[in-house]
Design a protein around this ligand. Structure first.
Ligand code: C2E
Ligand code: CA
Ligand code: CA
Length: 820
C-alpha cells in the first residue's frame, strides 16, 4: 500500500510547522518592525533636531542681517541631505528669506513602503532668537520620511528574508527528523504488520532498530503481544474449524451409511446434503449430486415419482412447518417398489432456508404387518382362512342369504382319530394329511364357497346359496357332505405308507332364526360331534335335540374334571376263569366313577369323553398305577401266582403317548411286580389306524415282558392273519357274539371260526360276557380257554376280588398263559 505524500505524518508535521512559523514570524516580525520603526523615527527626529541646531547660528545671522545669500546658503546646506524635501528661512516678521524644495514624486518606491509608512509629515522647525528683537525667526525643514527610513527598510527586508530562510530550514530539519524518527519506523511497523502470517506457528517478533526504549519500542512490544494473541486465537480458531470440519465429515459419513434416505434441499431446490441411500434411489453416487438441482434428477425416475418425492418440499419451505408422510410408495431405479415413511422438517442450513427429508423404508414392516394380518385371518399350515375369518364373514353371508331368500349351509368336517396319526407317525405325517385334506376340500369347493380351517383337524365348507327351498337346500348339503366324506376317505400315501383317514361331518343350514355366526357354527359342530358319536365316518344334519346332547356332554366333561380333582374314580376287578377247571386265571381291571349325585357311572358313558378331551392319559396312568399296587398286594399275600394275568384296558390316546413305556416300567418297578402279570388290552381300530409306531411300541413292551390282547375282537375289520404279525397272545371275543351263541347260528359259527383259527395260530382266547351255563358249555365244547362274565362274577371292588382269590380251591395252580 503506497501512501499519498500529503498523508505522511512527517509532511503534515512540516506543513503545520511552516504554517506556525510563518504566522509567528509575521506577527513577531511586524512587532519587531514597529518597534524598530519607532526607534528609527526617534533617531531621525534627533538627527534633524541636531541638524537644525547646527544651522541655527547661520540662520540667525542671515535674519539679523537680512542676508538672503546666507539664508540661501543655509537652505542649500540643508538640501544636501537627500531626505530633506524643503528648507525655509523665515524672518521675525514672517517673510521668507530663502527657500528651497525638491519634488518627492520623482523617487521610486519598489518595496511599497510608502503605503505602509505615513508620509504626511509635519515640518520640523526651530525658533531663532534675534538679538534685540522681540519676535523670533524660524528655520523650517520638511523631509521625505521614506528616504530617511530607507536604510531601516533595507535592514528589515534582509532580516525578514533571513527569518524565512531559517524557518524553512528548521521545517526541513523537523520534516527529516519526523520522517526518520516517526514516519519511517511506523511505515516499517505497518509493513511488518501487513506481512504477519498468523498461520505460521513460529512467528518472528517485530523489531524496529534503534527504537527499543522509546514509545515505538513500547508500541512494537504491544504489537508483538497483540499479534501473538491474535495468532493464538487464529490457531485456536483454525483448530476448531478443522475439528468442526472433521466432525462435519464424520456426521456426513454417518449419514451416508444410514439406511434411511436422507437429503437436504435449499430454497433454490439444490441438494445440499444427500446420502448414499438417496443417491442409490436414482442410481447415482452421492458425490454426483452435491449441489445438484433437484430438477437434474428428473430423468432418473418417472415424473410421477419425482413429483411425489420433491413436491412436498415446496410445501414445507412455504409453510415452514414439519410434514409427515405416513406411507409413500416409490419405485426406485432398480425397479423395486418400496414403501417409505417420510418426515420433512424446515431448517436453517448454513444460513439458508432448507428442508431436511428423512425417509425410512417400511416395506418389510408393512409386509410383516400384512403377513400378521394374514395370519390373523388365515391358517399358517394350509393357508386357508381361519375361524376368525369365517366368523367375520358368516354374519354377512347369512344376511345376504336372508335378503335373497336363499338357503346356504355350513359343512363341518372333523377328521376321525387324527390325533393318532400325529402321535404315532409324527407331525410331518399329520401336516401332510391336513394339507391334503385341505387340497381336496378346496378342489371340491365351488366358486362362492369358502373352505376354512378352524383348528387342528377341523374344516368348514361354507356354501352361501344353495336353493330357495329349505328342504332342497338340506338335501343338497347332505349330498355335498357325503361327497366330502368320500373324498377324505380316499387313501393318503405318505412315505410309501397308506393312511386311511375318515371324517365325521356336521351340517347346519341357514338362515336359521337369526342365529349369530358363532351359534350357527356351534350347531354344525354339535352335528359333527353327533356324527362322531354315532361311530365316525358319517354325516349328520343339526337337530335341536343334538344341542341338548351337547350340553349333556359338556356337563359330563366338567364333571370328569372335577372327578379327577376329587378322586371320585375307583377300580373294580372282573375275574377271568379257566373254562375247563373253573379256576381264576386272572382278572380285568375296570374303571368306575362314583358321581356325587348320580352314583356309579358306567365307563361306557364317560370313557369316550375322557378320550376326546385327552383326560384319559391322566386317568389311564392312575388306573395302571393303582392296579399294579393292588396286584403287588395280592402277590405279597400269595394270592397271585405266575401265569396269572391282570388285563388293563389301554386307550389309543394313552398308548400313543411318547412316555407310555416309561409309565409301564415305572409302575411295575415301583410296586415290584413282574411285567408278565400285565396284559394290555388294545382294540383292533387302534392297530389299523397307526401301524408302524404302535407295533414298535408293542414290541418294546413285549420285550419288557408285558402281554397283549386284542379286545372286542370281531367288531373291527382286522384279519387274524394280519394280527399274527403282531406281538399278541390273546384275543378277547367280543361279548356281542357270545350273547347269542346259543340262539344265533351265525354268531355261533363266527365264534367257532375265531376259536379254530386262534387255535391254529396258537393264540389264546378269552370269551367276554359269559352270563349263562349254556354259553360256557358251548365255549368248552369249542375249545375256548378262558372266559369272564356275570356267570362267574360281576366286576367287584378290590376287597371282594381279594376274597374271590382267597376262596380259590387249594389245588396246585395250572399254567394258562402262553409259553412266553
Ligand atoms: P371292555 O373292555 O369290553 O370291558 C368289559 C365290559 O363288559 C365291562 O363293562 C364289564 O362290566 C362288562 N361285562 C363283563 N361281564 C359281562 C357280562 O356277563 N354281561 C354283560 N352284559 N357285560 C359284562 P364296563 O366295566 O362298563 O366297561 C366298559 C368299557 O369301558 C370296557 O369295555 C372298556 O372298553 C372301557 N373301560 C373300562 N375301564 C377302562 C379303563 O380303565 N381304561 C380304558 N381305557 N377303558 C376302560
Ligand atoms: Ca377290556
Ligand atoms: Ca371287551
Amino acid at each position: 500500500m503506497t501512501m499519498k505524500l500529503g498523508h505522511h505524518i512527517a509532511v503534515k508535521l512540516a506543513l503545520v510547522s511552516v504554517l506556525v512559523a510563518l504566522v509567528l514570524g509575521l506577527v513577531l516580525g511586524a512587532v519587531q518592525s514597529l518597534v524598530d520603526y519607532r526607534a528609527e523615527r526617534e533617531r531621525i527626529d534627533q538627527t534633524i533636531e541636531s541638524l537644525l541646531q547646527a544651522y541655527e547660528p547661520a540662520a540667525a545671522r542671515a535674519i539679523y542681517n537680512l542676508d538672503t545669500l546666507l539664508a540661501e546658503e543655509v537652505t542649500n546646506g540643508l538640501m544636501t541631505y537627500d531626505f530633506v524635501t524643503r528648507s525655509l528661512v523665515v524672518d521675525e516678521l514672517g517673510n521668507e528669506l530663502a527657500s528651497r524644495e525638491r519634488s518627492v514624486a520623482t523617487r521610486t518606491d519598489p518595496s511599497g513602503m510608502r503605503r505602509l509608512i505615513p508620509t504626511e509629515q509635519s515640518p520640523y522647525s526651530i525658533a531663532i532668537n534675534i538679538a534685540g528683537a522681540e519676535s523670533t525667526g524660524t528655520l523650517i525643514l520638511e523631509i521625505d520620511p521614506l528616504i530617511a527610513l530607507e536604510p531601516f527598510v533595507q535592514r528589515s527586508g534582509t532580516g525578514l528574508r533571513l527569518a524565512i530562510l531559517r524557518t524553512m530550514m528548521i521545517v526541513a530539519a523537523l520534516f527529516l527528523a519526523a520522517h526518520w524518527m516517526v514516519t519511517r519506523p511506523l511505515t516499517i511497523l505497518s509493513q511488518r504488520f501487513r506481512d504477519v502470517d498468523p498461520t505460521v506457528e513460529t512467528l518472528e517478533a517485530l523489531h524496529i532498530p534503534h527504537h527499543k526504549e522509546d514509545e515505538l519500542g513500547v508500541l512494537t512490544d504491544s504489537a508483538n503481544r497483540f499479534v501473538k494473541t491474535v495468532q493464538n486465537l487464529l490457531v485456536e480458531r483454525d483448530r476448531a474449524e478443522k475439528s468442526s470440519q472433521a466432525a462435519y465429515e464424520n456426521i456426513r459419513e454417518l449419514v451416508d451409511h444410514l439406511p434411511q434416505i436422507i437429503y437436504v434441499v435449499n430454497h433454490e431446490h439444490r441438494l445440499m446434503v444427500v446420502n448414499r441411500a438417496f443417491a442409490a434411489l436414482f442410481g447415482r453416487k452421492p458425490t454426483d449430486l452435491d449441489q445438484a438441482p433437484v430438477t437434474s434428477l428428473q430423468g432418473y425416475v418417472s415424473a410421477n415419482i419425482w413429483h411425489k418425492l420433491f413436491d412436498p418440499d415446496q410445501l414445507v419451505l412455504a409453510k415452514q412447518e414439519a410434514l409427515q408422510i405416513a406411507e409413500q410408495t416409490i419405485v426406485g431405479r432398480d425397479g423395486r417398489e418400496r414403501v417409505f415413511e417420510c418426515q420433512k422438517f424446515p431448517l436453517d442450513y448454513r444460513g439458508e432456508s432448507a428442508v431436511l427429508s428423512v425417509s425410512i423404508d417400511i416395506t418389510e414392516r408393512r409386509q410383516a404387518a400384512k403377513h400378521i394380518q394374514h395370519l390373523a385371518y388365515h391358517d399358517s399350515l394350509t393357508g386357508l382362512p381361519n375361524r376368525n375369518y369365517l366368523l367375520e364373514h358368516l354374519d354377512q353371508i347369512q344376511a345376504q342369504a336372508a335378503d335373497a331368500h336363499e338357503h346356504g349351509a355350513l359343512i363341518f368336517v372333523d377328521l376321525d382319530n387324527f390325533k393318532n396319526i400325529n402321535d404315532s407317525l409324527g407331525h410331518a405325517a399329520g401336516d401332510f394329511v391336513l394339507c391334503e385334506v385341505s387340497r381336496r376340500l378346496v378342489a371340491h369347493a365351488q366358486d362362492q364357497d369358502t373352505v376354512s380351517r378352524l383348528g387342528s383337524d377341523e374344516f368348514v365348507l361354507c356354501i352361501p346359496n344353495i336353493s330357495h327351498r329349505g328342504k332342497e337346500a338340506l338335501f343338497h348339503a347332505e349330498f355335498r357332505a357325503n361327497v366330502i366324506r368320500e373324498l377324505v376317505a380316499a387313501p393318503f400315501w405318505f412315505d410309501n405308507q397308506r393312511l386311511n383317514v375318515t371324517a365325521s361331518i356336521g351340517i347346519a343350514v341357514f338362515p336359521d332364526a337369526e342365529l349369530a355366526a358363532t351359534d350357527l357354527l356351534r350347531n354344525a359342530d354339535i352335528a359333527m360331534v353327533t356324527a362322531k358319536n354315532l361311530g365316525k365316518n358319517t354325516c349328520q344334519v343339526f337337530q335341536p335335540s343334538m344341542s341338548e346332547e351337547a350340553s349333556r356332554r359338556l356337563a359330563l366333561e366338567t364333571g370328569l374334571r372335577q372327578a379327577i380333582e376329587e378322586n371320585q374314580f375307583f377300580l373294580t376287578y372282573q375275574p377271568q376263569v379257566d373254562v375247563s377247571t373253573g379256576e381264576i386265571t386272572g382278572a380285568e381291571v375296570l374303571l368306575r366313577w362314583k358321581h356325587p349325585e348320580r352314583g356309579i357311572v358306567s365307563p361306557l358313558e364317560f370313557i369316550p369323553t375322557l378320550e376326546s378331551t385327552g383326560l384319559i392319559v391322566q386317568v389311564g396312568r392312575w388306573v395302571l398305577d393303582t392296579a399294579c399296587r393292588d396286584l403287588a398286594q395280592w402277590v405279597t399275600d400269595g394270592l397271585w401266582h405266575p401265569g396269572m394275568r391282570l388285563g388293563v384296558n389301554v386307550s389309543a390316546r394313552q398308548f400313543a403317548q411318547a412316555d407310555f413305556i416309561h409309565q409301564v416300567r415305572h409302575s411295575t418297578e415301583e410296586h415290584g411286580i413282574s411285567p408278565s402279570y400285565l396284559d394290555m388290552e388294545i382294540t383292533e381300530s387302534m392297530l389299523i389306524e397307526q401301524m408302524k409306531e404302535t407295533v414298535e411300541r408293542m414290541q418294546q413292551l413285549r420285550d419288557y415282558g408285558v402281554f397283549f390282547s386284542i379286545d372286542d375282537f370281531g367288531t373291527g375289520y382286522s384279519s387274524l392273519a394280519y394280527l399274527k404279525r403282531l406281538p399278541i397272545d390273546v384275543i378277547k371275543i367280543d361279548q356281542s357274539f357270545i350273547r347269542d351263541i346259543t340262539d344265533d347260528v351265525n354268531d355261533a359259527a363266527i365264534v367257532e371260526t375265531i376259536l379254530a383259527i386262534a387255535r391254529h395260530m396258537k393264540l389264546h382266547t378269552v370269551a367276554e360276557g359269559v352270563e349263562t351255563e349254556q354259553q360256557l358249555t358251548f365255549l368248552k365244547a369249542n375249545g375256548c380257554q378262558r372266559y369272564q362274565g356275570y356267570y362267574f362274577s360281576r366286576p367287584v371292588v378290590v376287597e371282594d376280588m381279594t376274597a374271590l382269590l382267597q376262596n380259590q380251591p387249594v389245588t396246585p395252580h395250572r399254567q394258562t398263559g402262553t409259553t412266553a
